[in-house]
Design a binder for this molecule. Structure first.
Ligand code: IVH
Length: 375
């Protein structure tokens, strides 16, 4: 029988071994995640496929040897879930609202005037972000572990797509922070997108296989998230970009929108590749012109930018009008010309001699303009 001291020694040794194995696992997971991001999101692989496979198998071997210490966010377990029969409905604890729109400088300045009237003699700073053209989702983290992903739906109720969001490679499944502290509850809002490079690769692969191609990255992202089989979503190059915090317990204590985005990046969330803090509405207009110009160089599709009052206390003072915040608006870009392809045309002659025509069209990119046709 072991004496007290021997038990402690044995326990101590196990802990040391566990620490070492877990540290090795965590290091491999981190390296693999970085390479995944470089490959799938940035489309710039940083190592050869064979080296990636070697690291992956090293992690798998460790996990087979020590199954009790397998980490929740291991990439070897990406496609754990089975196909679902249907998605469950989830009511959002905090509704996912929409944004008002402005389309030109005049409307932007009117937006600012409405804010200034409600906050007289206050300095207003604006946070300017990309308006991602993807699908809004909500992510729940409990004690740092991703437990649920839900679509926006009608804003009140969405669909539980947890299995699919867990396959998104640039999204942290377990939160860690340099401070060692993670919130007990964190609900992050953001957008799921298919970066342009991944979209082109997916379409080229599908075309080579004689399979259906997608009209644009947004459709491809939507189609991928709607899959009941997470293995299909896992094979799609999706990415998540965070743009806000719906709930945080204990309160994060941050004062501004831009500080909350920076804070999210400290947990490993990706945010937009352009971000401005503007001290006047004129500076917001300049940011708009700059982003519009740089739009073709961005790795993701955007349909405008989002202008938000930066100070979170001022946001609270401004509040909401019906379903839209008074403290934010979307500033949309002018429509891009879209290439419309006529896929096929069918003519039918009716009994009375009238001529009917049916056309199947596909539009290469989403525009603000509705398609109009005169016959
Ligand atoms: S903030 C209270 N920031 O725009 C609403 N939304 O009409 C706060 N969107 O479908 C939303 N990029 O998913 C915000 N940087 C961004 C965004 C963004 C895209 C989408 C959002 C929603 C729509 C709102």
């Amino acid at each position: 029988m072991l004496k007290g001291g021997e038990t402690a020694l044995f326990y101590g040794e196990t802990m040391t071994q566990q620490n070492t194995v877990v540290a090795q696992m965590r290091q491999l997971i981190q390296i693999l995640a970085q390479h995944n991001h470089a490959y799938y999101v940035m489309d710039q692989p940083t190592i050869a496929d064979s080296e990636y496979d070697q690291l992956f198998h090293q992690l798998k071997a460790l996990e087979q040897q020590y199954p009790e210490w397998v980490q929740a966010d291991t990439p070897t377990n990406k496609v754990g879930g089975k196909p679902l029969a249907k998605f469950e409905s989830v009511t959002h604890a905090v509704p996912m609202l929409s944004l008002g729109n402005v389309f030109n400088q005049e409307e932007l300045f009117a937006f600012a005037r409405r804010i200034e009237e409600r906050l007289p003699n206050q300095k207003i700073e604006y946070d300017v972000e990309l308006k991602f053209d993807g699908l809004a989702i909500s992510l729940w983290y409990e004690n740092g572990v991703l437990v649920r992903g839900v679509t926006r739906g009608d804003g009140e109720t969405g669909e539980d797509i947890t299995q699919n969001v867990k396959t998104i490679r640039n999204l942290p499944k377990v939160l860690t922070h340099a401070s060692g502290v993670v919130p007990t509850l964190l609900e992050v809002r953001g957008e799921v997108l298919m970066p342009k490079s991944g979209f082109e690769r997916l379409n080229a692969e599908n075309e080579a296989k004689g399979e259906k191609t997608f009209a644009n990255p947004r459709n491809a992202a939507a189609g991928s998230l709607r899959q009941l089989d997470p293995a299909i979503a896992a094979a799609r190059p999706l990415a998540f970009y965070a743009y806000g915090i719906a709930q945080c317990e204990p309160n994060h204590g941050l004062a501004t929108m831009s500080a909350s985005l920076d804070w999210l990046t400290e947990f490993g969330f990706a945010v937009g590749e352009r971000h401005f803090i503007c001290d006047s509405i004129q500076a917001v207009q300049q940011a708009y012109e700059k982003i519009n110009q740089e739009r073709p160089d961005l790795s993701v599709e955007i349909d405008g930018m989002v202008v938000k009052v930066n100070d979170l206390r001022q946001q609270q003072q401004l509040g909401f009008l019906s379903r839209e915040p008074r403290w934010a608006t979307a500033y949309k870009f002018p429509a891009v010309a879209a290439l419309t392809t006529v896929e096929n045309i069918d003519w039918q002659v009716g009994r009375t001699g009238t001529l009917g025509v049916t056309m199947n069209l596909s539009v290469s990119s989403r525009t603000q303009l509705d398609f109009q046709m005169a016959v």
